[in-house]
Write a protein that binds this ligand. Structure first.
Ligand SMILES: C[S@@+](CC[C@H](N)C(=O)[O-])C[C@H]1O[C@@H](n2cnc3c(N)ncnc32)[C@H](O)[C@@H]1O
Length: 330
């Protein structure tokens, strides 16, 4: 356990860092018929900063829409939580949205403690800095994958009071629907009756808006995507030549998902000594790096209900098409 500053502590999972399986996952992913790299590896120190830059792009409207909804409704969302309130955020990014949930609680003199779960140390660092604006709020960080970190957070909850788990920024959209269902059920299982779960998800919208959001003219999302190769060069001593991999984005209408790829622009062989492998690429061959599934409002409610949650409220930005849904464990 490492002290980060007043009230802020970090626990790194026993058994090594959350990215300890990078080599194993890369070897496995790049030897599949459909080459793939897990999207969680997009978030190293630079990747987390590039993601924050994406959130500021006019074409990526997820962040603005969700923050606007939280501005309007965070009061209502937290209105009947009894203190002390444990707020757990899975994948907090900058921590700004969590700050929007903390403000109304503190205004009503309700005690709050925060548990942050993120695979990226840089994201945890950024979020804890954001939350130093609330000196009375203890913040504990878990550098961990979502469910491991949630289980660790729950062990630290107060016996009295309420617990709210926030999963914002459409992060659930990175799971294929069947995995999303399993993930929600696993969350529900570790929570108690009466605990809350707040889910922010991007909705289906016209293809042109979606492809522009993931392939912005400034090339920030392309840099975010290609940075995964920079990471493999640095951490696994790989020799990916960035010039020979292009950023590609496809709207998969059948599965309602934006798919992000890196396309090999020539026939090439890449060595990855840290993962003990050499990988051959054909010209035009893709590495799948992320999918972002888009939902309808009723699909979100059904997914929650099928996982054992009751819906307490749903707030929708009709222009951007984004929804924040509040669930309660039955
Ligand atoms: C799409 S971003 C969303 C960030 C923030 N919630 C927001 O709304 O802007 C996903 C966040 O989850 C983290 N993350 C991605 N995969 C993860 C995983 N498997 N376990 C834990 N954290 C993960 C990333 O580092 C990042 O902070």
């Amino acid at each position: 356990m490492e002290e980060f500053g007043s009230g802020i502590q970090q626990a790194v999972l026993a058994g090594g860092s959350a990215s300890g399986r990078l080599a194993e996952d890369v070897r496995w992913g790049l030897s599949q018929p459909r080459k793939q790299l897990h999207s969680q590896y997009l978030y190293d120190s630079l990747g987390s900063r590039l993601f924050e830059a994406i959130c500021a792009l006019p074409e990526y409207r997820v962040t603005q829409a969700e923050q606007k909804l939280l501005d309007r409704y965070s009061n209502l969302i937290v209105s009947d939580l009894e203190g002390p309130v444990t707020l757990v955020e899975l994948g907090p990014g900058s921590g700004e949205k969590l700050a929007q949930l903390i403000e109304p609680l503190l205004r009503n003199n309700i005690g709050v403690n925060v548990e942050l779960v993120d695979i990226s140390e840089a994201a945890l660092d950024l979020a804890t800095r954001t939350l130093t604006r609330f000196p009375s709020v203890p913040v504990f960080c878990h550098e961990a994958v979502y469910l491991d970190g949630l289980q660790r957070s729950i062990k630290r909850r107060h016996d009295a009071g309420s617990l709210l788990v926030a999963f914002l920024g459409s992060s659930l959209g990175n799971f294929a629907p069947s995995s999303a269902h399993t993930f929600l059920s696993n969350i529900q299982t570790v929570l108690r009756a009466g605990d809350r779960f707040l889910l922010g998800l991007d909705l289906v919208k016209p293809e042109q808006e979606l492809t522009l959001a993931y392939d912005d003219p400034l090339g920030v999302t392309a840099a975010f995507n290609r940075n995964i190769l920079v990471r493999l060069n640095r951490e696994l001593a790989a020799d990916f030549d960035l010039e020979w991999f292009g950023h590609r984005v496809i709207w998969n209408f059948a599965s309602s998902s934006i798919e992000m790829y890196l396309e090999s622009l020539c026939e090439q062989k890449v060595s990855i000594p840290g993962a003990d492998c050499q990988i051959r690429f054909k010209e035009g061959e893709y590495i799948w790096t992320e999918s972002s599934y888009k939902y309808t409002t009723s699909q979100i409610v059904s997914a929650g209900m099928e996982s054992g949650f009751a819906t307490r409220g749903q707030w929708v930005d009709e222009e951007v098409k984004f929804a924040v849904t509040a669930f309660e464990v039955l």
